[in-house]
Design a protein around this ligand. Structure first.
Ligand code: BEZ
Length: 415
C-alpha cells in the first residue's frame, strides 16, 4: 500500500486504540487488514525489518550472533533490497513467549515494520504464529525449529532459513544406534524444542534397534543446580546420553557432565547447538569428544564458508558459529525475495512465491528453500569436538546427506 504518511499514521492510531480494547493478538487480524496491511510500509521509503531476537536470558549470545550475521550480509549489499534502504528495528525476544509476543505486536503496529525476522525459541515461535498468519505479515525465522510451523501450522507468511527440530535429530538417531550404543538416556529442557528433539531422535533410534532408558526434562529456561540431573544419569548407567541444550544452558550441562566424571565413561551426543563454536571457549576441554549433528561446521570445506568465517572473525573478533550463518542466510533470503518484488513485500503472493524459490551458495553448502514446507533443505553432518593445537573445533566425522523436513508428522510419531 502506498498511503501517504499522515493517513497511515491516523489509521495506525485508530487501530492501536481499537486493538487495545479488543485485546488478544489474533483479534487484531481483521483490523490490520482493514488498515491495508501487509503493505503498511508501502513500496517506497526505507524498508523496515523488525528484528526480534534475544538480548537477555540464556539465548542472548545466540541473538547476538544472528544479528551479527544479518548485519554482515546486509552491509555486503549496502543495506538495500529491491531499490530501497533497509532499516532494522530491534526488540528483545527474551525466552518468555508472552512478552515476546507483545514485542512482535509493537514492531508491527507501532513501528510499522514491513516484516519481522529472528526468533530463537520454539516456544516464542509457536506463540506468535497465529498473529503473523492472521494479519498477513511476513515472519522469517532465523533459528526457532518448532516443527509445526512448517508442517500443520504452515503459513503463506512464514518461512524458515534455519532448520526444523526434526532435521538434525532424526538422522542422528539412526547414526547413534549404529555407531555409539543401543541404550540411551535423553536429557532436554522442558519446552517445545526439547520435546521435539526427543520425538525425532527416539523415532529413528528405536527403529534402528535402540532403547531409550529414560527421558529427563530439566527446567527451562534456567536449569538451576544441574547436580540432581547428573546424579540421575549416573544412576541409570546408560550406554550413551543424547541431549539438546544451547547457549548458557549448554555451558551449564556440558561442564557439569565432565565435573561428574561422566564424560570419561558415558559418551555424550546430541544436536550440535550444545557444543557449537559460541560455547566452546567457555566449555574448553570439557567438550572434547562430544559427537553432535548439525547443518554446518566451522571446518566445512567450501569457498563460501572460508570467506564467511574469515570475514566474521575480522568483524567481530569471534569465531563464526551456526547462528551467525543462519543470520547471514536469513538476511540473504529476505534480500533476494525483496529484489524479486522490487522491494514491495505488500505484494504478498509474489513475495511468498519468490521466497519459496530462493537458492544460493551458503557457508552451510547449498541453501535451498523448500517451496512446499517453507523450510530450508539442509545437509546434516556429524561433528566431533577435537583439539588442533590450542584450538577446539567441531570436525566433520560423518555426512548424513540432504535432509528435507517431511512437511508432516508421518516420520515422527513417538512422543
Ligand atoms: C529452539 O527453541 O527451537 C532452539 C533454541 C536454541 C537452539 C536451537 C533451537
Amino acid at each position: 500500500m502506498t498511503a501517504n504518511k499522515d493517513s497511515a499514521r491516523m489509521t495506525r492510531r485508530q487501530f492501536l486504540r481499537t486493538a487495545a480494547v479488543l485485546g488478544g493478538a489474533a483479534a487484531a487480524g481483521p483490523l490490520l487488514a482493514a488498515c491495508g496491511a501487509p503493505g503498511l510500509g508501502g513500496a517506497s521509503g526505507p524498508l523496515k525489518i523488525g528484528l526480534l531476537l534475544p538480548s537477555s536470558g540464556i539465548y542472548a549470545a545466540l541473538g547476538e550472533s544472528i544479528t551479527n550475521g544479518m548485519k554482515m550480509y546486509l552491509d555486503s549489499v549496502n543495506n538495500k533490497a529491491g531499490g530501497r534502504d533497509i532499516q532494522l528495528i530491534a526488540e528483545d525476544e527474551g525466552t518468555d513467549p508472552q512478552p515476546a509476543a507483545q514485542k512482535a505486536r509493537k514492531l508491527v503496529e507501532q513501528d510499522q515494520v514491513d516484516l519481522v525476522a529472528g526468533i530463537v525459541s520454539s516456544g516464542v515461535a509457536g506463540a506468535i504464529r497465529d498473529y503473523f498468519n492472521d494479519n498477513k505479515k511476513f515472519l522469517i525465522l532465523a533459528n526457532a525449529g518448532a516443527d509445526a510451523l512448517t508442517r500443520k501450522a504452515k503459513s503463506q507468511y512464514i518461512f524458515r532459513a534455519s532448520f526444523s527440530n526434526w532435521q538434525p535429530n532424526w538422522p542422528m538417531g539412526k547414526w547413534v544406534a549404529e555407531n555409539i550404543g543401543k541404550k540411551a538416556f535423553i536429557s532436554v529442557p522442558d519446552y517445545a524444542a526439547g520435546a521435539e528433539t526427543v520425538s525425532a531422535f527416539r523415532n529413528s533410534f528405536e527403529a534402528a534397534g535402540g532403547q531409550v532408558l529414560k527421558v529427563q526434562k530439566t527446567p527451562f529456561p534456567n536449569m538451576g543446580d544441574p547436580a540432581p540431573f547428573l546424579t540421575d544419569i549416573k544412576a541409570t548407567a546408560p550406554e550413551l546420553v543424547y541431549a539438546f541444550y544451547s547457549g548458557a544452558a549448554a555451558t551449564t550441562f556440558v561442564k557439569a557432565y565432565a565435573d561428574f566424571g561422566l564424560s570419561k565413561s558415558i559418551p555424550l551426543t546430541g544436536s550440535g547447538f550444545m557444543v557449537e563454536q559460541d560455547v566452546l571457549p567457555a566449555l574448553g576441554d570439557t567438550a572434547l569428544g562430544v559427537k553432535s549433528c548439525l547443518h554446518w561446521a566451522l571446518s566445512l570445506d567450501n569457498a563460501e564458508n572460508k570467506a564467511f568465517s574469515d570475514a566474521y572473525q575480522k568483524r567481530t573478533s569471534k569465531v563464526a558459529n551456526v547462528f551467525a550463518v543462519q543470520g547471514y542466510d536469513t538476511a540473504r533470503l529476505i534480500v533476494e525475495g525483496l529484489n524479486a518484488v522490487q522491494g514491495d513485500s505488500g505484494k504478498a503472493d509474489a513475495f511468498a512465491d519468490a521466497l519459496g524459490k530462493v537458492s544460493f551458495a551458503s557457508p552451510r553448502g547449498a541453501f535451498k528453500m523448500d517451496p512446499n514446507t517453507h523450510n530450508t533443505i539442509n545437509h546434516i553432518y556429524v561433528r566431533e569436538v577435537k583439539k588442533n593445537g590450542d584450538t577446539l573445533g567441531n570436525v566433520v566425522v560423518a555426512d548424513l546427506g540432504e535432509v528435507p523436513d517431511p512437511g508432516d508428522d508421518s516420520k515422527d510419531t513417538k512422543a
